[in-house]
Design a binder for this molecule. Structure first.
Ligand code: DGL
Length: 270
């Protein structure tokens, strides 16, 4: 049994880490498409093609269930994939919905009409492609009314993280938070809508200030997967072995991943 976890690069490791802690008995196969990162500056067709190729690779590893631990792929490709591309015996899940359910205080599967929620002013930090898709606002509108969302496309941050340049990534985070605050001076909550950004969580929190609640996805996705597998155990696929695959250079990806996760992780060629 194994579950697939996909990201354009290193960001999905934040989700993988939480998944491994929450479900230690489940083997996970991670696929980082580092050779093609960042996805956030690509167009929707390109993101769709790359995400489908990675998903097929994870199916070939015996992972019947694949988590798109990438907001950009979830926003730009998941709907199209679910629209007839995914075979009956496979599942592909995104990372948006667990986060929005947490923000709007909903349980899984609560499809009641949208209602007022406590949080009124939300800052969304995401890649240019995720912001352009407006997928976050669309999912939120199904569940909540009267929430003002100000979205900041954070150009350059994923690239800096993929290069292993933490200093540049921190500087870019500060400048994106400043730009957001010029348009929304007092957000109540901030969403880290890219799985790379929790690697810079401290920089976001510091620039936003202690009064802003910062939401990131890793633990929410882990809880949601544990719940899903309890209901649908048949989707833990046939794979037996945990591994990490990359389309990039395994040596350099392993070293950056170890730097960011602060524990040793070894990648092999996809
Ligand atoms: N971690 C991906 C996300 O959550 C980054 C996308 C990119 O490669 O730009 O959006």
């Amino acid at each position: 049994m194994a579950v697939g976890v996909f990201d354009s690069g290193l960001g999905g490791l934040t989700v993988l880490d939480a998944l491994q802690k929450r479900l230690p008995e489940v083997p996970f196969v991670y696929f980082g498409d580092n050779a093609h990162a960042p996805y956030g500056v690509r167009d929707a067709d390109d993101i769709f093609a790359l995400t489908c190729a990675a998903t097929e690779r994870l199916w070939a590893e015996g992972c019947d269930l694949v988590i798109l631990a990438c907001n950009t792929a979830s926003a730009a490709a998941l709907r199209r994939m679910q629209d007839g591309w995914i075979p009956q015996d496979k599942r592909v899940l995104g990372v948006f919905v667990p986060l929005i359910e947490a923000l709007t205080e909903r349980q899984w599967g609560d499809n009641s009409p949208p209602r007022e929620v406590a949080v009124k002013h939300v800052a969304l930090f995401a890649t240019p492609a995720t912001v352009a898709s407006r997928a976050f606002q669309r999912e939120l509108a199904f569940r909540a009314i009267g929430v003002d969302v100000e979205a900041q496309p954070c150009g350059g941050v994923v690239d800096a993280i993929e290069q292993g340049d933490e200093i540049l990534a921190e500087a870019l985070v500060r400048s994106h938070v400043e730009a957001l605050k010029r348009r929304m001076p007092h957000p109540q909550a901030a969403i880290l809508g890219c799985t790379h950004y929790p690697l810079m969580a401290a920089a976001f929190q510091e620039a936003l200030g202690p009064e802003v609640a910062v939401y990131s996805q890793a633990n929410l996705v882990a809880e949601s997967l544990a719940d899903y597998l309890a209901r649908r155990p048949e989707f833990v696929g046939a794979g037996q072995v945990s591994k990490a695959l990359t389309t990039g250079d395994p040596k350099s990806v392993s070293s950056k991943a170890t730097q960011f996760l602060r524990r040793r992780i070894s990648f092999e060629s996809a």
